[in-house]
Design a protein around this ligand. Sequence first.
Ligand code: TTP
Ligand code: MG
Length: 362
Amino acid sequence: MNQIIFHVDLDCFFASVYLINHPECRNVPLIIGADPKKGMGRGVVSTCSYEAREFGVHSAMPISTAYRLCPHAIYTHVDFHRIHDVSKQVMSILSTYSPLFEPAGIDEAYLDLSDIAHSWKEAWNIANELKDRVHREVGVTCSVGISFSKTLAKIGSDCKKPNGVTLLHPDNYKSQLENLIITRIPGIGKKTKIYYMKKGFETIGDLYKYNLRQIGQKLGEHGIWAWKSAHGLDGRKVYDGSFERTRKSISKERTFHEDVTDPEIIIEKLTELNKRIHQSLRKKKLYYRTITLKIRFHGFETFTRSISLNNPLCNQEKALEKVLQLLEEFSDKKKPVRLIGLKFSNFASNRSLLQKNLLVYI
Ligand code: TTP
Ligand code: MG
């Protein structure tokens, strides 16, 4: 029997949170983000209601562009406090549907219903019940993708937004997805798209035209990954938070070709290491409580310094601040540096964070 996986994603989440307390703003364009300052504002759109999307407004767009497209919209700022609160309410409802529950961000989660739903029909009914319950109890809508892999469930949740349920089972997924643009596969972004377009692959259906061997010849390793993803063969399990017990730390270090005395170069390297480690931390959804800096001076004299955080964190900028504080402790050494390294450890999963009401949005 196939796995039965749900991907639940809240609709225009930050805007929906605002609408809970401002029902008078329903059914009109609503834009959440920076202050537009009559078109002169800086910053970006966080999200917007579906009514605003009809004017071409979208997340990450400069707020000045949004104002040009939709000057008559209601503009308001992000209320993180409320957003965390609503996210927590929704997640706690979702987690009652399966013990295999994985929050995947502030407004999305995966659920493994394989041992709970005994047919696609039953899964469909549960998804509709879940969606209605979230609406009834919290006042926001969500969309659900149901499928036999995480990737297809995620693609599915985006198919009938807002407030829709999409079922992609082994017999219908190809016909449902073949006309979608290839960027609907999570992991194929604007840059990778160009590679696929050049090779003549515009839609998900273009991947379905070939077998795996042919795809390997045409598109290489990346294409093989995309082909498998598009066929629901990603092999990813819904992760229930037990990862934190097996993974102890993530670290990276660099040895300089020549010993370095310029603090700018050391800071630049630490910034880069910090960025790269945070890319994997985000992917693995790991929140750390300890940051360690390692430094080796000319002559192999090696030191480590750690900082412990009160609350688990996964935030690149804040981590860099702490790393630079740790570096400061060596400022009187005045010796050439041979190696630097960073380690993030003492992890909490976002599941346990949710339980403790500490989810930090990154
Ligand atoms: P998304 O789920 O990507 O978007 P959404 O919920 O607003 O809309 P959709 O109905 O298409 O799912 O992101 C969740 C929230 O994250 C979003 O409401 C605001 C925030 N966000 C940003 O602040 N900046 C961004 O660039 C994106 C993509 C999201
Ligand atoms: Mg969303």
